[in-house]
Design a protein around this ligand. Structure first.
Ligand code: AMP
Length: 283
């Protein structure tokens, strides 16, 4: 497994003739890897000849008062997991090289970036689409894998690659959860033991809504009320958003159906967690 820090070096390996017709699969991450990332890497390993993992805590997707400075990092452990998952190249660029003095270009995907996390984190998805566009230009992947855990992010990336005719296939992968249902996230490392227990309310709300939907409850008002009640029972939890939207364009819906997305962001103490489910799909 090669570890590459330089953009030029990474790009040189990705372009012909070094590439030699081989299929490059790519998993972009911010590191502090867990089983969710590993599931993307294992699928990426199956789908191509050269598997590239990037680790980059992208400063431009963090707001001023967010957790950029305390975002968890452990490169040594990440490289060990990467190796176990069959990664060929770990690309770890520096912020100074990604955003040199004078950098001023951004990619902005419009409507689909606005609701949900885009509402609570203004500019977040501009940061995401810009860095992913840059990474695609550096790594030149044929296939890139993203988790449905960040459902809106996946929708934004799909829109961007389609709108800008980027020659890359985007693969969405299911949410990997802890045995008790908490969606895996690097940010779970912030939770105290008590908060870790409180954090189960996100999955509790999802489970309740799925049960009600399966039993024939399609009223968004009723489903919203039930989901909110479960989270509000938890003193440490503060809802950022809890919304039902259609899973393709992320527009508001009036009645739930099997393609309806429940998306939620909840603060547990100082940690903001997100989770989601599409009502008619398996968990
Ligand atoms: P991050 O390092 O948090 O930016 O995530 C990198 C990639 O891993 C993104 O495509 C995420 O959606 C995906 N990912 C993060 N957590 C999970 C999870 N629990 N299950 C599946 N994919 C995940």
């Amino acid at each position: 497994m090669k570890i590459i820090n330089s953009i030029i070096h990474m790009q040189a390996l990705a372009i012909a003739p070094e590439r030699n017709g081989r299929c490059i699969t790519f998993v972009p991450t911010m590191g502090y890897l867990h089983e969710g990332h590993a599931s993307l890497l294992r699928e990426g390993r199956k789908r191509g000849d050269v598997l590239v993992l990037s680790i980059f805590v992208n400063p431009i997707q963090f707001g001023k008062n967010e957790d950029l400075d305390r975002y968890p990092r452990d490169l040594e452990r990440d490289c060990q997991i990467a190796d176990e998952c069959g990664v060929d190249i770990v690309f770890i660029p520096t912020a100074a090289e990604m955003y040199p003095h004078g950098f001023q270009t951004g990619v902005s995907v419009r409507e689909i970036s606005l609701p949900l996390c885009g509402g609570s984190r203004p500019g977040h998805f501009d940061g995401v689409s810009t860095v992913v566009a840059k990474l695609f230009n550096i790594v030149r992947p044929d296939v890139a894998l993203f988790g449905c855990k960040d459902f809106q992010q996946l929708a934004v990336i799909r829109r961007m690659t389609s709108d800008l005719n980027m020659p890359v296939e985007i693969v969405g992968m299911p949410i990997v959860r802890e045995p008790d249902g908490l969606a895996m996230s690097s940010r779970n490392a912030y939770l105290t033991p008590a908060e870790r227990t409180s954090a189960l309310c996100l999955f509790g709300a999802i489970t309740r809504v799925r049960e009600l939907f399966a039993a024939g409850e399609y009223s968004i008002d009723v489903l919203t009320r039930e989901a909110r009640a479960i989270i509000e029972q938890e003193p440490a939890a503060v809802i950022d958003y809890l919304e039902f939207r259609d899973s393709s364009l992320l527009q508001e819906v009036e009645v739930a159906d099997s393609s309806t997305l429940l998306a939620l962001a909840v603060k547990i103490g100082s940690t903001r967690l997100i989770d989601n489910t599409v009502l008619g799909e398996n968990l």
